[in-house]
Structure formats: structure tokens, C-alpha cells
Design a protein around this ligand. Structure first.
Ligand code: 6AU
Length: 260
């Protein structure tokens, strides 16, 4: 079973993509399966939080289009932090257009974002567009997470949509790191990573539909490999300490899961 296998074994599987291997490797080196979503509104805050959480994360997730004052130098500083502290950068753009448009959009991200998120709504050709860009940029290791389920109430995703999304992920396995989803039974293949947002120790929801679970629910019940934490960390009075607390809780729960 995917959820019972150790990251080390999963990284070594033949069908595991290079980008997934890289995530497994960083995760094992840092003993962290924490991805922090830094959804702040200015470039200065982005770099400030990034520096504070850097030692504790395997992935730093951005919505760069929601941040004011981002320049090439912001991106450069973020990349330096990523190198220094050994984490990957994921731009959560949730691309969803026809293949040609997504290809044009992705060309602006491939230089700096190790990972991007995509919706599967427009089908496999969108992944083909991204794959073409990745294959032209062979000096970087790049990949995507495909959204198969959403954490907010009232979303329109159906059972059929989830099944077809998994098929697309299998078809483009060379560039797919995994799926963004909420249930343990979406991904069966141990070579794909489950990234699960909606984690908060203090709150159970926000007032815009977000639904939260605890770290142990996310890892044990929902089958997450990597958990995404946003406000639970960047809105804390001490983001560095909060990141450490979430990291340890998530990693210890992962160890408990694979020891059974
Ligand atoms: O912990 P939060 O609620 O402050 O932040 C959760 C982060 C946000 C969302 O854009 C993102 O996770 N997210 C996603 C992703 C990662 O794709 C999918 C989803 O279903 N729910 C969700 O919250 O940056």
C-alpha cells in the first residue's frame, strides 16, 4: 500500500519521476513533509516568512500573482534561500487553459518554479504543453502537482473527474510529482505523492469555505504524504516556531504510519 511504504523505497521505484525523487530526497534529508503556503501580500513579507520557515520545509508554495512588489530580485532572493536551506519552490497557479495557452504561461514560470499546480479540467493536452517546455529546459528538474480534489466546501469536483485526473497523472508520470487531494484512496501508485492542504491546529474552518484537519488526521486518515500549511504558520506570532511544531508533528505522524 502506498501509505505504508517508506519515502526511501518509493523514491527508488523505477516509475518515480525525477521531480518526485527530488521531493522524497529533500524530505528525508530535512525530516520534513511540510509545505508552507506563504500567502502574504508583499514581497518583503514573502522573503521574511520564507527565511523564518526555511529550515523546516521541503516545499515553499507561492501565489506570486497575489503578492505586491515582486521583482526579479525577489525571485532571486527566494531562489538563494531555496538553495541555502534545501527546499523546492512551488507556484500554485492552478493552470487550466488549452495546451497552447498553458504552454505560453508556463514558459514564464519554468525558470524559477521547481513545481507548479495545474487543474486537469482541460485534459491531457495541457500536460503535453508543459512537458514540451520542460523537455526544452533540460538543465532544471521540473514538474507539476495536479489538483484532483479541493479542500473547500461546495466545490464542483465529481468522482468521475477524480478518476480521469488520476489517469492523466499516470499518462504524464515523467513530469508529475503527484496529486493535490483530500482522500487516502485517490492515489494508489506509490510513485506519486499526495499533497494535502487544509491543515490547522487551532481552527476548523475559515469564513470562505476552507475546511481544516489536524496533522494526524491529514497523514493517517486522509493519506497525505506532504501537508500544506498556510495561515496556521504565517499568521502565527512566531512563524519559525510554528513551522517547527507543524514539521515535527507531521513527520512523527508519517513515521508512525510507515511503522505499522
Ligand atoms: O492553510 P491555508 O488555508 O491558509 O492555505 C491553504 C493553501 C492555499 C490554497 O490556495 C491551497 O493551500 N489549497 C490547494 C492547493 C495547494 O492547491 C488546494 C485545495 O484544495 N485547498 C487549498 O487550500 O494557498
Amino acid at each position: 500500500l502506498r501509505t505504508q511504504l517508506e519515502f526511501k523505497e518509493r523514491a527508488e521505484l523505477l516509475e518515480t519521476s525525477k521531480i518526485a525523487q527530488k521531493i522524497f530526497k529533500i524530505s528525508l534529508e530535512k525530516k520534513s513533509n511540510l509545505c508552507v503556503a506563504v500567502d502574504v501580500d508583499t514581497a518583503d513579507k514573502l522573503l521574511d516568512i520564507a527565511e523564518k520557515v526555511a529550515p523546516h520545509i521541503c516545499i515553499l508554495k507561492t501565489h506570486i500573482d497575489a503578492i505586491n512588489g515582486v521583482t526579479d530580485s525577489t525571485i532571486n532572493d527566494l531562489q538563494l534561500l531555496a538553495k541555502q536551506y534545501n527546499f523546492l519552490i512551488m507556484e500554485d497557479r492552478k493552470m487550466a487553459d488549452i495546451g497552447n495557452t498553458v504552454k505560453l504561461q508556463y514558459k514564464k514560470l519554468v525558470d524559477w518554479a521547481d513545481l507548479v499546480t495545474v487543474h486537469s479540467v482541460s485534459g491531457g493536452m495541457m500536460l503535453k504543453g508543459i512537458q514540451e517546455v520542460i523537455n526544452e529546459n533540460t538543465d532544471h528538474c521540473r514538474g507539476v502537482f495536479i489538483v484532483a480534489e479541493l479542500s473547500c466546501n461546495g466545490n464542483l469536483i465529481s468522482e468521475q473527474y477524480i478518476k480521469e485526473t488520476v489517469k492523466i497523472a499516470e499518462e504524464y508520470k515523467d513530469i508529475v510529482a503527484g496529486l493535490v487531494c483530500q482522500s487516502h484512496d485517490v492515489i494508489s501508485s506509490p510513485s506519486l505523492l499526495q499533497l494535502t492542504p487544509g491543515v490547522n491546529i487551532k481552527n476548523t474552518n475559515d469564513n470562505l469555505g476552507q475546511q481544516y484537519q489536524s496533522p494526524s488526521d491529514i497523514i493517517l486518515t486522509k493519506g497525505a504524504d506532504i501537508a500544506v500549511v498556510g495561515r496556521g504558520i504565517y499568521q502565527d506570532d512566531n512563524p519559525a516556531e510554528a513551522a517547527k511544531v507543524y514539521k515535527e508533528s507531521l513527520w512523527n505522524t508519517y513515521l508512525e504510519r510507515v511503522s505499522n
